[in-house]
Design a protein around this ligand. Structure first.
Ligand SMILES: Cc1cc2nc3c(=O)[nH]c(=O)nc-3n(C[C@H](O)[C@H](O)[C@H](O)COP(=O)(O)OP(=O)(O)OC[C@H]3O[C@@H](n4cnc5c(N)ncnc54)[C@H](O)[C@@H]3O)c2cc1C
Length: 578
């Protein structure tokens, strides 16, 4: 096949908060560099940054501090976060929010005195979640998109899918293989520096929240490239996914955390408020705790019509709820439910992936020239991401990547390396594999993967279930490899993309299961019913997954407590913090 070869100085894979911030910062750092954003979806319409509802955590207001935000992040993450990354997140978030308002053009909600309004989010000791009503992400991504549009020198390859990271003949990074969704044609894009920012997204679970374009492609590519991945067992379930029945894609979409933060109640099928049976913080306990509580109610059969529980807001005053949570109330109304005045069925839903590529504070990976930011990166959140720390993470580290890459190019002068032709050929064969097989139905395979991950590697796990999942994933992947796609027309061939999506999801699902098998304790989002104890925080380890010669090896490394040790705090007045 004749493969078109192109070049760009900085290649950014992904157009969410991380990718767009990186592009803007990189151009500011060196306007002469050629920058290309590649995005599987349409700019401003894809990824999860657009879907951010609740808001953005930042320690700005009197009474709060970065130390307090940091301690919430570390304790919420069950002492597993990489403390330097977490510290960078909380300190740089201040700068980034000011940049969002003063340079990018966002307007967040304010208090009467003009300060930014912070709403309450679960697991936090201060109301620090800045927001634009309950549709914060639309404000952020629209303004970022406008800024990118206003800079025509930033090239955009929309509806282009990254297929593989391509090494140079000397093993360093050369660029990425892309597939133009519109034409169905491949091209190789060489780059001096590449940012991986495809946004993770655990869409291999029966109930999930992320956008449909996110299928863990970035982590699958990183795995095949041989990069180490951290915390892969850590899948965050949001407690309140909308449960609207099996026939609508709205099922699984999230009803934001602020509902519980504002005082919403969770009720079982018999209208009993059950959180007191699980945690003294009731509905304001962290996401992992509330998700497990709901899951326990479901397993005990105390469920609603569709098998979940109810969220009730009406005791806060229907008019008030309709005003404060307009987006959520509208969403529920669109599905036929009255959030302001009645009850709405909810279920835990896979929401965020704490695992990802191991990186430095400056977003560099172990491969020179490859950087990672946003939900593809790991370490900032440990075992549990605080609501509001996700978009802070992607914008903070996306901006850092954008600052760093031009300097890296200037200092290292890597130039453009020749891609390894054997890897390109192998990846082209891999992507076109289904055209060589008899066309078949992918839906049953997808359904089996969704159920396998939900049932066996979901909110509650155990060794036997994980083994069943590993065997099932192998079978599903083998059947996928035997299932073909019609090669009639490759333009917008969405069945082909479904096939590729499923392949990425199978690969990463296997790593999630292997890391979950390795961690024989229960921390944050990872709960093993056969190992319910958290283990000693002082000897905490994190898992590292790496693919070598086709096999995945999982090891453990000790967490470094560089800022604070378990049992200690950075807050002078511990009582005030609680
Ligand atoms: C419903 C919902 C609500 C949320 N609410 C909050 C909240 O209130 N507060 C908070 O802090 N966080 C929230 N989050 C989490 C937050 O949205 C994410 O953590 C964050 O936006 C991720 O940013 P990102 O740039 O890494 O990825 P995204 O914004 O998801 O962008 C990923 C980009 O990568 C592209 N892409 C994917 N695969 C490929 C490929 N193969 N090739 C090329 N491009 C690719 C996508 O098209 C997209 O452009 C929420 C998430 C969801 C799903």
């Amino acid at each position: 096949m004749d493969l078109e070869h192109r070049q760009t100085d900085i290649l950014i894979l992904g157009a969410g908060g991380a990718g767009l911030f990186a592009a803007l910062h990189a151009q500011k750092a060196n306007p002469d560099l050629d920058i290309t954003i590649v995005s599987k979806g349409l700019l401003g319409k894809c990824g999860c940054t657009r879907m951010v509802q609740g808001g953005y955590n930042v320690a700005l207001n009197p009474g709060d501090s970065v130390e307090r935000h940091f301690m919430d992040t570390i304790e919420g993450g069950k002492w597993l976060p990489h403390q330097e990354l977490a510290w960078t997140l909380v300190t740089k978030a201040i700068e980034r929010v000011q940049e969002l308002e003063n340079e990018i053009g966002c307007f967040f909600d304010r208090n009467a005195d003009g300060t930014l309004h912070g709403k309450a989010f679960a697991g936090q000791s201060f109301d620090r979640t800045m927001h634009k009503g309950d549709l914060t992400g639309i404000e952020i991504i629209n303004r970022l998109m406008e800024q990118v549009w206003a800079r025509p020198k930033i090239r955009r390859l929309e509806e282009h899918r990254a297929i593989a990271l391509i090494p140079a003949t000397d093993g360093a990074l050369s660029g990425a293989l892309l597939l133009d969704v519109r034409s169905g044609e491949f091209c190789f894009l060489a780059a001096q520096a590449v940012l991986l920012a495809t946004g993770g997204g655990p869409t291999m679970y029966r109930y999930h929240t992320p956008s449909g374009d996110k299928t863990m492609d970035g982590l699958a590519m990183a795995l095949r490239f041989g990069l180490p991945l951290r915390d892969m067992e850590m899948v965050q379930f949001h407690p309140t996914g909308l449960l609207a029945g099996p026939d609508t894609r709205m099922t699984g979409t999230v009803l934001e955390e602020g509902l519980r933060g504002a005082g919403g109640h969770l009720l079982d099928g018999a209208m009993h408020r059950f959180m007191a049976d699980y945690d003294p913080k009731l509905e304001r306990a962290t996401r992992d705790v509330v998700s497990r509580a709901i899951y326990a109610e479901m397993r005990a059969g105390r469920t609603t019509k569709h098998g979940g529980v109810y969220i009730k807001m009406s005791h806060l005053g229907p008019a008030n709820v309709a005003k404060e949570f307009k987006g959520m109330v509208d969403r529920c109304r669109d599905c036929g439910f009255d959030l302001a005045g009645g009850v709405v069925e909810v279920v835990p839903t896979a929401h965020y992936f704490m695992g990802g590529v191991i990186c430095e504070v400056n977003t560099a990976t172990e491969c020179p020239g490859l950087f990672v930011a946003g939900e593809d990166a790991s370490g900032m959140h440990g075992a549990n991401r605080l609501g509001g720390n996700g978009v802070a993470n992607s914008t903070v580290f996306g901006g850092i990547a954008g600052d760093v890459m031009p300097h890296w190019i200037a200092n290292k002068n890597p130039g453009f390396r020749s891609p390894d032709p054997h890897v390109i050929d192998a990846e082209l064969d891999r992507a076109q594999h289904p055209f060589a097989k008899k066309p078949g139905d992918l839906n049953p395979l997808r359904e089996r993967l969704l159920d396998t991950m939900w049932d066996e590697v979901g909110v509650v796990r155990d060794g036997a279930g994980i083994e069943r999942a590993l065997a099932a994933i192998d079978r599903i992947e083998a059947e996928l490899l035997a299932t073909g796609v019609s090669d009639g027309d490759r333009r917008f061939n969405l069945t082909w993309h479904d096939w590729l999506n499923l392949r990425s999801l199978c690969e990463v699902s296997r790593v999630i299961a292997l890391a979950a098998r390795q961690r024989e304790n229960s921390r944050g989002a990872h709960y093993r019913s056969d190992f319910p104890e958290p283990g000693d925080p002082a000897t905490s380890t994190f898992t590292v997954a790496r693919q070598r010669a086709g096999d995945i090896e999982i090891t453990e490394q000790p967490v470094q407590f560089t800022h604070v040790k378990p049992g200690e705090t950075l807050l002078r007045d511990r009582v005030a913090a609680e």
